[in-house]
Design a protein around this ligand. Sequence first.
Ligand code: GLV
Ligand code: MN
Ligand code: MN
Length: 431
Amino acid sequence: MTAANQRSLVPETNIERDQALCESLFTALRDATSDGIGITRESFGAGESLALDIVESAAREAGLETERDAGANLVVTLRGTDAELPFVACGSHLDSVPQGGNFDGGAGVIAGLAILAGLKRDNFVPRRTLKLFGLRGEESAWFGKAYMGSSALFGRLTPDDLASPHAVSGRPLSDCMGDVGADIDRIARGEPLLDSRRIAAWIELHIEQGPVLVARDLPIGIVTGIRGNVRHRTVECVGEAGHSGAVPRWLRRDAVFAVAELITHLDRHWRTLLERGRDLVITSGVMGTDSTEHAIARIPGSVKFSFEARSQSQETLEAFYDLFISECASIGDDRGVEFKLDRRLQSSPATMDPGWVDRLRTAARELGLPDETIPSGAGHDAAVFANAGIPSAMIFVRNENGSHNPFEAMKIDDFMKGVAVMRKVLAEAIT
Ligand code: GLV
Ligand code: MN
Ligand code: MN
């Protein structure tokens, strides 16, 4: 039988039923994990567990096999007839930032479930197994480290990662993972929980978290690569507190002025690197003096802030990080302050697989949809799968108002277009 004939065996799906399932799941996730402002699904915490439970019970209702893997992620399986063939995997994460939006992560899991449930409903038995992963722990908001759930799958969580304290409770990541059922002994040994050679591909649908698809009036985009990052959760600039009226400029060791100078210098370096054609974004998203001691009339003796640089290029990340370290040293000398850095965290940039990018673009064109490519500024679990040697690809869906806020706004019509493209490539790959 030719490939074309085999493909024609994949039944047409019932789009209305798929859409109804997706809408009911988006509503159920929002209702269950609303915090009154946005939604909160803490990594390895209650909201995330609730989200996994909701998706799992929908999968069971659809007659699909479900299990929790050794990383406590949800795995839904549509079993193929040839168990020897590496399986195709899809999915995304079910945690969120605090007061986040309902679509970051959740959209990719719901897309996968609609596809598996639709194929099951039509009694379609593939040759190759298709698995959906509802991953835990993608967001760095809770432990500083990103991609914890997917990193655990490939034995990539270090003892330092597992000791990372929770942003609110201070409990180590290992305890929180253990609480939700992860096999911490295997994870701490760095044992891969999945054999990457058994995975033919990772396909992830996600909302675009920037403004590009909206600005270009495109419902979907095909991702070419994912920025990596280097971060510090906390840098402390330590100077000397003093009376704001009594200490002259030349005797001050003002931590706020030192940090302001550092940020201004980093901004200048950033602009220069952009002018040289480098890809780079810089953020200091957390910053403050200590509210228990700060005052209008007190020279601040300490400021704490976070540092993050992201780029498609590891070389650019390292070059900018070196500039950051040397600026800390020279501003420290000039102003009599010291910059104390906590552990450096990093995620590598990733390239999406050109063959799968082509398949997604072709499927989009065949469905009468735009096939334009777009790089991802935000991080995604697909980067971990790609860097584990698994051919990986992503579909972005247009979303208004950005992300990591409660105002994410994805239209269901755009989402269903992304689902249609994903369904087409997955169905072809497993037939
Ligand atoms: C993921 O949410 C990121 O911070 O890029
Ligand atoms: Mn996110
Ligand atoms: Mn995400």
